[in-house]
Write a protein that binds this ligand. Structure first.
Ligand SMILES: C[S@@+](CC[C@H](N)C(=O)[O-])C[C@H]1O[C@@H](n2cnc3c(N)ncnc32)[C@H](O)[C@@H]1O
Length: 297
């Protein structure tokens, strides 16, 4: 399996990505496929392709990976975040995936509108990891929102990285100025967003599918409620099938426990009704009388 092979060799590609985030993002895209959502993977800010390759592993044959970066125009990389290199990207990509599924676009994202992205087909997964200033982050989020298909997922990098405060500032600017994407989860170093219809669905999917990574539920994040998933490099040492089995076992155990909780609550309710019923109180009075008169125990 392509992704399995990539995960085992992910350290060979320079970049900024935890295997946990690669794993969760990949399986979110597989879930999109199961839902019938089709489209490209697009990333603004690819550096050497570390994240884009993980996403591209989930693409079907007719879908493409669109890599947008300044590449040779690093003089426009105003905050010095990474350094895209087209030849390293192409070489890395070709190690793991069919080279013709990669589309490379050299551009400053500030010069792009949605048509520049959708001309290659609408993305279903869009990673925002280019310039890390407030203005660029806000612009790229709007671009992502306007480009993705219904049910598209947007991943925003470095949202809580204290070296890159422009990202959080840009996200706040986007949210408070009409941004329509809703955040549903925080995974190591990335915030995941989708449209209002799909964000809760993906939230539920992640709770079911990644219980071993789940750490916090329903946390406030600029007017959305998100779940927080932690880094589990220990788990990712195992073969993917084993992780999958463990997660399904845990999800089944969690479901059984919540069913038992619900049954218990119902039984407690019924008991309370019985204890408060006239008939029960009368019957227990008679039982006391009976014991006193006949000297029963
Ligand atoms: C942090 S790196 C990306 C890391 C990459 N996503 C990974 O998986 O390792 C940021 C990238 O954004 C590019 N970049 C910076 N400003 C940009 C802009 N305004 N437009 C397009 N790309 C930009 C840089 O050249 C660099 O490759």
């Amino acid at each position: 399996m392509r992704f399995d092979f990539y995960l085992k060799n992910i350290d060979a590609v320079e970049g900024w990505l935890t295997p946990t985030t690669a794993f969760i993002s990949y399986f979110l895209m597989i879930h999109q496929t199961e839902l019938g959502i089709r489209g490209n993977a697009c990333e603004i800010g690819v550096h050497h392709g570390k994240y884009l390759i993980a996403l591209a592993c989930a693409l079907a044959a007719e879908e493409s990976a669109l890599a947008v970066d300044l590449f040779e125009d690093q003089d426009q990389n105003i905050d010095g975040s990474g350094c895209g290199d087209r030849s390293i990207l192409t070489r890395n990509f070709g190690h793991f995936l069919p080279p013709d599924s990669l589309v490379v676009k050299k551009a400053n994202s500030l010069d792009l509108g949605p048509a520049d992205i959708t001309t290659y087909g609408m993305p279903r997964f869009f990673s925002v990891d280019g310039g890390h200033t407030e203005a660029v982050t806000c612009h790229d989020l709007r671009l992502a929102e306007q480009s993705v298909c219904p049910g598209g997922i947007v991943a925003l990098d470095d949202i809580l990285n204290y070296h890159w405060t422009g990202v959080l500032s840009g996200y706040a600017r986007y949210k408070y100025n009409g941004g329509g994407l809703k955040a549903f989860a925080l995974v190591p170093n990335k915030l995941l967003l989708s449209d209002a219809a799909f964000a809760p669905r993906y939230g539920t999917f992640m709770r079911d599918r990644f219980p071993l990574f789940a750490e916090k539920f329903g946390k406030e994040m600029l007017s959305d409620l998100i779940d927080v998933y932690g880094d589990r490099p220990d788990l990712l040492e195992m073969p993917l099938q084993k992780i999958d089995r463990l997660q399904r076992d845990l999800a089944a155990a969690n479901e059984k426990a919540s069913r038992m909780d619900a049954d218990n609550a119902e039984l407690r309710g019924q008991l309370a009704l019985i204890l408060h019923s006239k008939r029960y109180r009368l019957a227990s009075k008679f039982a006391g009388l009976y014991r006193r008169v006949l000297g029963g125990g």
